[in-house]
Design a protein around this ligand. Structure first.
Ligand code: PBG
Length: 335
C-alpha cells in the first residue's frame, strides 16, 4: 500500500486505541461504573387500595395506592435499591391556596412512609416538603396577591418536615426553592428530636421545561397558573446555582441535588468540586419520557440510552441518581 502519510510520525507513537482494543482492556481502564447503590427510585402514590394507575406520559410508571407502594418498596429492597422518594397525587378537594393538607399528620404521604417503614424497615425514605401536590394552584409555596411568599411558606414546610420525620422519613428533600428553608428545616427537625433525619437539598432546581410529565402524574399541570421562574433558577445561570448551593451547605444540607439532570451535568460537576458533599442528579420525568418515546418509535435503543445517561451522571461527579428507570436498571445490573 502506498502511504500518503506516516501515522507513527503524526501520533509520535502514542495511540489511544491500544486501551480500547478488547473487552478485557476496556474493562480494566473503565473509570466510572453504575451500580444498584447509585439508585433512588421516585414513586407516585394515590389514595385507595389495589390501584396501579398508568401515567400516559411516562410509559412504565404508575400511580400506586398504599398497598401497592409497599409492594414496590419490597421489590426495590429485594433488588438492592437503597432508597425511594415519594410523591403524592391527592384528591382535588384536599388542595387549597396554602397547601394546608401537607400539615395533616396522617396525610397520604405520611401514611405511605409509615407503612413502608413498617414493612420494609431497611429501605431509605426520602420525602419532599414542597407544597405543589397540596395547593390548588400547583405552586410550591403559599400564594398571596399573586406572589409566592417566602417566609410564610418556610414556616409551613418546616412543620410539614417534622410530621414527615415523625412518620419515619429518613431524609427530607425540600424541592420548593424558598430562601432559608434548609436552615429552618434543620432547626425544626433538631428541636423536634430528629437529629438523625438528613436533608437532601434540591439545591439547584431549575425553571425547566422537563417537568411536564410529573405534573401530569400528580395532576398539577392543569392547575398551575403562570410559571415558577420567581423561585426556581434560570437555566442560563450556573454561577448563581453554585451560590444557591453554597447557602444550602452553610445552612446544613447533608446532600445536594441537581434537577433536572442531563442538561445540567456542568452543575453536578461544579457542586461536587466546590463542596465535596454527596451530589445527586434527578433525571426528571421529561428526561425519562424522551427516552421512552424515542424507544417506542424505534428511534433509540432504550436500554443503551438508559444506561448511558445514568453512567454519564457518575462521570459528572454524582454519587447517585433519582430515576424512574431505577427498577429496570437494578434488574439489568443483577443479570
Ligand atoms: C415540584 C416538583 C417538581 C418535580 C418534583 N417536585 C417540578 C415541578 O413540577 O415544578 C419534578 C419531577 C419530575 O419532573 O420528574 N416541587
Amino acid at each position: 500500500m502506498n502511504k500518503t502519510h506516516l501515522v507513527d510520525d503524526i501520533t509520535g507513537h502514542r495511540r489511544m486505541r491500544r486501551n480500547r482494543k478488547a473487552d478485557w482492556v476496556r474493562r480494566l481502564t473503565q473509570e466510572n461504573r453504575l451500580t444498584v447503590d447509585d439508585l433512588i427510585w421516585p414513586i407516585f402514590v394515590v389514595p385507595g387500595s389495589n390501584i396501579v394507575d398508568p401515567i400516559p406520559a411516562m410509559p412504565g410508571v404508575n400511580r400506586l395506592s398504599l398497598d401497592k407502594a409497599v409492594e414496590a418498596a419490597k421489590e426495590a429492597a429485594d433488588l438492592g435499591i437503597p432508597a425511594l422518594a415519594t410523591f403524592p397525587n391527592i384528591e382535588m378537594e384536599l388542595r387549597d391556596e396554602t397547601g394546608s393538607h401537607i400539615l395533616e399528620a396522617n396525610n397520604l404521604i405520611n401514611q405511605v412512609t409509615a407503612a413502608i417503614k413498617k414493612a420494609v424497615p431497611n429501605i431509605g425514605i426520602i420525602t419532599d416538603v414542597a407544597l405543589d401536590p397540596f395547593t390548588s394552584h400547583g405552586h410550591d409555596g403559599i400564594l398571596r396577591d399573586s406572589e409566592i411568599v417566602n417566609d410564610e411558606t418556610v414556616d409551613q414546610i418546616v412543620r410539614a418536615a417534622v410530621t414527615q420525620a415523625d412518620a419515619g422519613a429518613d431524609i427530607i428533600a425540600p424541592s420548593d426553592m424558598m430562601d432559608g428553608r434548609v436552615g429552618a428545616i434543620r432547626r425544626g427537625l433538631d428541636a423536634a428530636g430528629h437529629q438523625s433525619v438528613g436533608i437532601m437539598s434540591y439545591a439547584t432546581k431549575f425553571a425547566s421545561g422537563f417537568y411536564g410529565p410529573y405534573r401530569e402524574a400528580i395532576s398539577t399541570g392543569g392547575l398551575l397558573k403562570g410559571d415558577k421562574k420567581s423561585y426556581y433558577i434560570d437555566p442560563a445561570n450556573g454561577t448563581e446555582a453554585v451560590r444557591d448551593a453554597a447557602l444550602d451547605v452553610e445552612e446544613g444540607a447533608d446532600m445536594l441535588m441537581v434537577k433536572p439532570g442531563l442538561p445540567y451535568l456542568d452543575i453536578c460537576w461544579r457542586l461536587k468540586e466546590e463542596f465535596g458533599l454527596p451530589v445527586y442528579a434527578y433525571q426528571v420525568s421529561g428526561e425519562y419520557s424522551q427516552i421512552k418515546a424515542a424507544a417506542a418509535n424505534g428511534w433509540l435503543d432504550e436500554e443503551r440510552a438508559m444506561m448511558e445517561t445514568l453512567l454519564c451522571f457518575k462521570r459528572a461527579g454524582c454519587d447517585g441518581i433519582l430515576t424512574y428507570f431505577a427498577p429496570a436498571v437494578a434488574r439489568l445490573l443483577a443479570k
